[in-house]
Design a protein around this ligand. Structure first.
Ligand SMILES: Nc1ncnc2c1ncn2[C@@H]1O[C@H](COP(=O)(O)OP(=O)(O)O)[C@@H](O)[C@H]1O
Ligand SMILES: Cc1ncc(COP(=O)(O)O)c(N)n1
Length: 465
């Protein structure tokens, strides 16, 4: 089956193997939101249940190996899964199980997010980081550790962009096709508690960001059926990382730009830096899950790997931006996974066959985005919502079909517009890799509104590039 969306509108299928976040911002919930936002059908294998909100994890329990195996068989035995993302695995038993499926060639385009600690500092992996690398490293299409996870996997200090490059290179020796070392998180992290793994209870619980801690026991609870995951972070043990706290400030200043969120991508033997404007927000819960599942969604849609990664980063940046002022919960809240969706009023108007004609009515960014639309599709007198949906009026001659309204609604992906936006002004991502990666081979779907206004007809897809 084709991996890309078919002409019938049937979506490709992606699978997330991850834990549940009751707060809905990370884990399975973030992954399914992200798949849906990419119009990819999301399937899920739940590895653990966490009692969690924006302030932290209060309890967690692994799902038993047999039940996880049954979920894997149910999904893989029925769906043609095009890409897979793994998140929280809890411990060594589920790590081994997932590795068995990967080794059997059943987990295509595998994005491995080695979830070990949450944004709020709670440990989510009680197994052996060395086993993690040894088992999943060779199977991964992309491995996406954050700074703490890279530090735990390698047991070395990582503070500068140079360190991130070295870490990416070192992790690549375990066999993944690509490694993305993520350098997110707010600058305050750098001035946070200096002792890595500081006691959980003593840290601010008011919603301020805490330095991440990590803990692992010698024997992961994931090894037992329905075993509890140690969420006590540093309460019950320390990880010898040999590391100071995560210092995003240093990574940023090392690159000469304190306003950038810099990730380092090693892919097919090439090192690249992906930089995006740093979003000033406390709401970054689930950014890592969102990024990994966006990469998987894009791989399922058929995007080449570097473009999938760069486009996914652009998607996360927009998701952070769109939720920057939200106050969902008292701590670091979720990002806006559906930032690219049509505002409800516009959906209703489009369904009635009515088109916005005045870009000004769409807000301050409309004419800017409109230019982006015109530049790429000269046949369309298009202007575009900040939400990245073009409402276009095509010339009657180009519609070709009598009895149809010349009106069309043109949907484009967030990634395409991220690239376009970059070309239009200084507000876009400064990194040329990101822009180039976001720019090509993104499907453009044109849906025609029938003259009788009764329905949408999805008539074709084509490439914009
Ligand atoms: N405040 C921010 N502004 C822009 N990008 C960010 C911000 N925080 C995180 N990111 C990006 O989000 C993605 C996830 O990274 P990170 O938050 O480090 O992962 P994790 O959630 O696994 O710790 C990365 O691409 C990172 O650069
Ligand atoms: C179930 C689950 N999986 C993963 C994370 C990591 O999320 P974050 O991006 O906040 O570190 C989480 N908090 N909960």
């Amino acid at each position: 089956m084709s991996r890309a969306e078919t002409g019938t509108g049937q979506p490709p299928v992606a699978l997330t193997i991850a834990g549940s976040d009751s707060g809905g911002g990370a884990g399975i919930q973030a992954d399914l939101h992200t798949f849906a936002a990419h119009r990819v059908h999301g399937t899920s294998v739940v590895t653990a249940i966490t009692a969690q909100n924006t302030r932290g994890v209060t309890a967690a329990e692994s799902v038993g190996v047999d039940l996880v195996r049954a979920q894997l068989d149910a999904v893989l035995g029925d769906f043609s899964v095009a890409a897979v993302k793994t998140g929280m695995l809890g411990g060594d038993a589920l790590l081994a199980l997932v590795a068995q499926y990967g080794e059997a060639g059943r987990l295509p385009s595998l994005v491995v997010d080695p979830v070990m600690v949450t944004t709020t500092g709670d440990s989510l992996f009680a197994g052996d980081p060395a086993a993690y690398l040894a088992r999943l490293g060779p199977l991964a299409t992309v491995l996406t550790p954050n700074l703490i996870e890279a530090r735990q996997l390698l047991g070395r200090e990582i503070t500068t962009v140079d360190d991130m490059r070295e870490a990416a290179r070192a992790l690549a020796t375990y066999g993944p096709r690509a490694v993305l070392v993520k350098g997110g998180h707010r600058e305050e992290d750098a001035s946070g508690p200096a002792s890595f793994g500081a006691p959980h209870e003593d840290e601010p619980a008011s919603g301020d960001r805490r330095e991440r801690g990590g803990a692992r026991g010698s024997d992961g609870p994931g090894g037992a059926q329905n075993g509890r995951v140690d969420t006590g972070g540093a309460r019950s043990g320390r990880v010898e990382t040999g590391g100071a706290p995560r210092r995003s400030v240093e990574t940023a200043s090392a690159a000469g730009d304190s306003g950038s969120a810099i990730d380092v991508l090693w892919c097919d033997g090439e090192m690249r830096e992906l930089a995006a404007p740093r979003v000033e927000t406390r709401n970054d819960h689930g950014t890592g899950c969102t990024l990994a599942s966006a990469i998987a969604a894009r791989l399922a849609l058929g995007h080449p790997l570097p473009q999938a990664v760069a486009g996914a980063k652009a998607y996360v940046t927009e998701a952070l931006r769109a939720a920057a002022d939200w106050r969902l919960g008292l701590g670091p809240g979720p990002v806006h996974h559906h930032h690219a969706h049509l505002p409800p009023a516009a959906i209703a108007e489009a369904a009635r066959g009515e088109l916005h004609r005045d870009p000004a009515s769409l807000g301050p960014q409309a004419s800017l985005w409109g230019n982006a639309g015109l530049r790429r599709d000269r046949r369309a007198a298009a202007f575009v919502f900040p939400a990245r949906v073009a409402v276009a009026k095509r010339p009657a001659a180009s519609t070709g079909s009598a009895g149809r309204s010349p009106r069309a609604v043109v949907f484009r992906s967030a990634a395409w517009f991220s690239g376009s936006r970059r070309r239009l002004g200084p507000s876009g991502p400064p990194d040329s890799t990101l822009a180039a990666g976001s720019d090509t081979a993104v499907p453009l779907t044109i849906r025609t509104v029938r003259a009788d206004r009764s329905s949408f007809t999805s008539n074709h897809s084509k490439e914009t590039a």
